[in-house]
Design a protein around this ligand. Structure first.
Ligand code: FAD
Length: 478
């Protein structure tokens, strides 16, 4: 039987998820085609996790407009969908007179962009708010509306809510070709054919390649990698605000920020790569460490618990590329920073473009806009006791670093996108996020997959397809 949709979305990072969420408010049949075995496996899971205030993008650009609107929307969405989010404010610090001029330029630009509450602080005023800031800081732009978020939980929450509202998600479904057939698009994937008159290309770093399947090449992909240190929670209060340095031609520079999970995040650098290469390099990490110490010299890098890298979907066009590339085919390409911040506003903008290209948008009556998670660690002692009495699995702690219980892990299997890997569980409930990085809970979660979910031990994955953990049982077949 033919699989027909009103709209097909290619990719389920934050942009595909936000578009799915937005379109699920309307009476439409929407399908999402994602090549990974989970959502949020691309750049969305590896970035600075900042909901930027919006002073950085060039005034009048799509980035500026959608960043400011997206940051307003994010606060409400994260509250309603129970996504970890904190408006901690940001500072851009200056070390000399030239950089002070840059701050003044950012203040003017931010004000034109509609960012609220921006002001310039002296070095001493900045240090009053952020005690570990370097004594060499001479001034800072203060942006109170900047926030931190859990990017993968944001993506999951949007995708899960879209599914609760009727969207169909097809995982492990890589788009291989798209062609025009009778006033509609035929999408050929590794899992067969799909049809729709409207397509949204939200394929991240691959978006230019997807565009080239349906239209003349127009833009050139120039991906840039950013590398990070994630430090233990003992370093998590080294800063309260997100501390940026002055932006340069390579982007927003190296930042130091707390995360919503209580760690300290330091990075990124910016180096050109040929493809979505997320390897870490000695050179990149040394650069990050040296730059970050300029802002806060007391950071204890020996408390680093993980390094990672994400790849920006940069192109030769210095703005988001959100436009109709062919009839009913909307590109969301070049969605580098501030894409995470702008995501819900990008989704609104895409819906508007689709309406102009003939998609009928009729509001649904019973749109579900809520989601709730149990986070055992955040409950009071009385609530914990009550819960354990009712459901004993909440009394069995699986991840000791983060105090995550078997009950929380089991609950995520009942959500609309059940996890299929150890890292899939990590993204949902935070196991393996602490100092031991899964050394203790990893084997116990593997056991849960085998004993409770009926997986063959050889099929237990660390993350993506191909990341099998075990070759078999020891002593078997002797
Ligand atoms: C170092 C770095 C720091 C950043 N910091 C910030 C920040 O602090 N704040 C901010 O606002 N933004 C930030 N960004 C930008 C932000 O992370 C991105 O804009 C955002 O994550 C892009 O989301 P996406 O959905 O477009 O792409 P992705 O998350 O990469 O998702 C694309 C999806 O498409 C899928 N896909 C690809 N090809 C196919 C295919 N052929 N068939 C099916 N599926 C396919 C992929 O598997 C993937 O899941 C940063 C980016 C980087 C790299």
């Amino acid at each position: 039987m033919e699989r027909n949709y009103d709209v097909l979305i290619v990719g389920c990072g934050i942009i595909g998820a936000a578009v799915a969420f937005e379109l699920s408010k309307y009476d439409l049949k929407v399908g999402v085609l994602e090549k990974g075995n989970d959502v949020s496996l691309g750049t969305t899971k590896a970035n600075s996790a900042i909901i930027h205030a919006g002073y950085d993008p060039e005034s009048g650009s799509l980035m500026a407009k959608l960043n400011v609107r997206g940051s307003e929307l994010a606060a409400e969405i994260c509250e309603k969908l129970d996504v970890p989010y904190k408006r901690n404010g940001a500072m851009v610090v200056a070390f000399n007179e030239d950089e002070e001029q840059t701050l003044k330029g950012l203040l003017t630009r931010g004000t034109v962009n509609g960012v609220k509450g921006l002001r310039i602080l002296t070095g001493d005023e900045a240090r009053m708010r952020e005690k570990n800031l370097s004594k060499d800081v001479v001034a800072a732009l203060f942006a109170p509306t900047s926030a931190i978020v859990s990017p993968w939980e944001y993506c999951l929450a949007l995708a899960e809510t879209a599914i609760r509202n009727g969207v169909e998600l097809h995982l492990n479904t890589e788009v291989k070709n798209i062609e025009r057939e009778d006033e509609r698009w035929k999408v050929t994937t590794g899992e067969g054919e799909f049809f729709a008159p409207h397509i949204v290309n939200a394929a991240g770093v691959d978006a230019i390649a997807i565009h080239d399947m349906v239209a003349e090449p127009k833009y050139v992909s120039k991906p840039r990698r950013g590398e990070y240190f994630l430090l233990d929670k003992s370093e998590g209060s080294r800063t309260e605000h997100t501390v940026f340095q002055c932006p340069n031609e390579d982007g927003k520079g190296v930042l130091v920020t707390p995360t919503v999970h209580g760690n300290l995040l330091v990075g990124p650098n910016s180096s050109e790569v040929a493809w979505e290469d997320t390897a870490n390099t000695t050179e990149g990490l040394n650069f990050v460490r040296e730059k970050a110490r300029k802002s806060i010299d007391s950071i204890m890098f020996n408390k680093s618990i993980r390094n990672f890298a994400g790849v920006r979907a940069t192109t030769n066009h210095h703005d988001f590329i959100i436009e109709e590339a062919a009839p009913g085919f909307i590109d969301c390409a070049g969605i580098c920073s501030p894409g995470l911040s702008a995501a819900p506003a990008i989704a609104e903008y895409v819906a508007g473009l689709m309406e102009k290209s003939g998609l009928s948008l009729e509001r649904k009556e019973n749109f579900i806009f809520e989601r709730k998670r149990i986070r055992f660690n955040e409950l009071s002692d009385e609530e914990k006791a009550e819960l354990v009495k009712e459901k004993p699995a909440y009394g069995r702690v699986i991840c000791r670093c983060e105090t995550v219980t078997e009950g929380e892990i089991m609950a995520c299997f009942d959500e609309p996108i059940p996890p299929v890997s150890i890292d899939g569980i990590k993204r949902r409930v935070g196991t393996g996020m602490g100092r031991c990085q899964g050394g203790f809970c990893g084997p116990r979660i593997s056991e849960l997959f085998v004993e409770d979910r009926g997986f063959d031990v050889k099929d237990v994955l660390q993350d993506r397809a191909g990341s099998e953990m075990f070759t078999g049982k020891t002593k078997e077949g002797r």
